[in-house]
Design a protein around this ligand. Structure first.
Ligand code: SAH
Ligand code: DHB
Ligand code: MG
Length: 232
């Protein structure tokens, strides 16, 4: 895209991206004990600090509230940070199933969700997400109002396909980490996690059942992006 040079904002550095995230969340997501303690306990337990940023967590909550979501499915719980954002947005009658491969991470998440007062809404299923599918199918799980895909990136296409069949019309499927510093468009990058993001976009383009877009992001977690798909 060609834009007059004086209207192009050159990339700021990581310090600026982080400062802007801090500014935005400081004003628009002020002090929240349960969320802050969830991150602190995850750090103490040695979990990687790869949870969504506070502005992204709030975006997930706003998306859920925008569509009046009551049911949600999450791939990748980590310490439960995004889980708490999402579960709160579902309201008191909400229900969220979150899938986490690592039992130790799920333990941390469980305590964090409990402290946030959300244990009654959230169910953590421990094990590789693909292995959770048969039981979910048997139970007739869904339809979901919102799905957040944020687990092992190589399986984003598989999680999307499965979720699409189980998300109501008007529901949203959101996928994190689809841009990966721009690797999305680097055809020479054969990392399976990156190739999977291209495959995911090709699926979205071919799938008549969704309308989707991908938004590139900068912030405390560097340069990445997320996809939002509206189920028709
Ligand atoms: N959604 C979380 C961050 C998730 S990080 C948040 O924003 O707060 C990605 C998570 O996916 C990690 O906890 C990792 O253990 C988990 N994961 C990796 N492979 C998985 C798999 N096959 N099935 C389920 N979870 C998986
Ligand atoms: C990783 C996973 C994430 O969900 C994320 O947002 C950032 C990084 C990772 O596995 O490295
Ligand atoms: Mg992520």
């Amino acid at each position: 895209m060609s834009v007059p040079a004086d209207q192009v904002f050159e990339p700021a550095d990581q310090g600026t991206w982080t400062a802007v995230d801090d500014y935005v969340s400081g004003l628009l997501s002020p002090h929240d004990e349960a969320l802050e303690q969830a991150i602190a306990d995850a750090v103490d337990a040695g979990l990687p600090a790869i949870q969504v940023s506070p502005p992204q967590g709030k975006l997930l909550a706003l998306l859920a509230r925008s569509i009046g979501a009551r049911t949600a499915l999450e791939f990748g719980t980590l310490g439960g940070y995004s889980t708490i954002w999402l579960a709160r947005a579902l309201g008191a009658e909400g229900r969220l199933i979150t899938l986490e491969a690592d039992p130790a991470y799920a333990e941390v998440a469980s305590a964090n969700i409990e402290r946030a007062g959300l244990s009654g809404l959230v169910e953590i299923r421990v094990g590789p997400a693909l292995q959770a599918f048969p039981a979910l199918e048997q139970e007739g799980a869904g339809p979901f109002d919102l799905v957040f895909i944020d687990a092992d990136k190589v399986n984003t296409p598989a999680y999307f396909s499965w979720s699409l069949e189980r998300t109501r019309p008007g529901g949203l499927i959101v996928a994190d980490n689809v841009v990966r510093g721009g690797a999305l468009v680097d055809e020479s990058d054969t990392d399976p996690a990156i190739v999977a993001q291209r495959r995911f976009h090709e699926m979205l383009a071919a799938e008549r059942g969704v309308e989707a877009t991908t938004i590139q992001t900068v912030g405390g977690k560097g340069y990445d992006g997320f996809t939002i798909a509206l189920v028709k």
